[in-house]
Design a protein around this ligand. Structure first.
Ligand code: AMP
Length: 211
């Protein structure tokens, strides 16, 4: 199955998407993770992307479209998380998929009130080694600063600082929210309330995928 997950930053696309992908065998294509890996490895795309990411702005379409095209294959299905993030990217995705004779089975819009998003983003901690996510209050690590899974060091993403969060939410309203009008009448569109507990949201997500 091929799935697109979209919604505001902090809504839980990454956490929920990773779980869904691991349980269905689909490849989890998280645009933010792909970009952060490129920045870390100092690839040409990573060098182009870095300043945009640190400022909470969208990386130019031609950079992200080329990066995602490299990752989409016909094997086992995919779960796109964080791509597309504007209408131009959605159109590029359609062209790309048509060229590979592939279609999207589900387009799932996850949403939650802004207060929840700010709360989730500002308390988020990520493991530098394995990428697993924690939250200072809602899912703290057993030992402060240390990943439960692998013992790696936890850090706060540069763009999870409050000033950058405000910018990301603004960019979302301006550029990503119009995707809702683009997708909502398409076949396979589902809307999900992602304001609840993690397990409840996951149950609603799996239902949206099956129904
Ligand atoms: P995320 O991890 O999904 O919150 O993404 C982190 C940052 O990566 C965003 O704030 C953007 O700077 C960049 N980014 C992720 N996905 C895209 C995309 N589809 N288009 C442009 N920039 C993106």
């Amino acid at each position: 199955m091929n799935i697109v997950l979209f919604g505001p930053p902090g809504v839980g696309k990454g956490t929920q998407g990773e779980r869904l992908a691991s349980e269905t065998g689909a490849s989890h294509l998280a645009m933010g993770d792909i970009l952060r890996a490129a920045v870390r490895d100092e690839t040409e795309a990573g060098l182009q992307a870095r300043a945009f990411m640190d400022a909470g702005k969208l990386v130019p379409d031609e950079v992200v479209v080329a990066m995602i095209e490299d990752k989409i294959t016909g094997d086992g299905g995919f779960l796109l998380d964080g791509f597309p993030r504007n209408v131009a990217q959605a159109e590029a995705l359609e062209v790309m998929l048509a060229g590979h004779d592939m279609t999207i089975d589900r387009i799932i819009f996850m949403d939650a009130p802004e207060k929840n998003l700010i709360d989730r983003l500002s308390g988020r901690l990520i493991c530098r080694a394995c990428g697993f996510g924690f939250h200072r209050h809602y899912s703290p690590p057993r030992e402060t600063g240390c990943c439960d899974r692998c013992g790696g060091e936890l850090y706060q993403r540069e763009d999870d600082r409050e000033d950058v969060i405000a910018n990301r939410l603004h960019v979302y309203q301006e550029q990503t929210q119009p995707l809702l009008a683009y997708y909502q009448d398409k076949q396979g569109f589902r809307k999900l309330d992602a304001s609840g507990e993690m397990d409840a949201v996951y149950a609603a997500l799996t239902k949206a995928v099956k129904d």
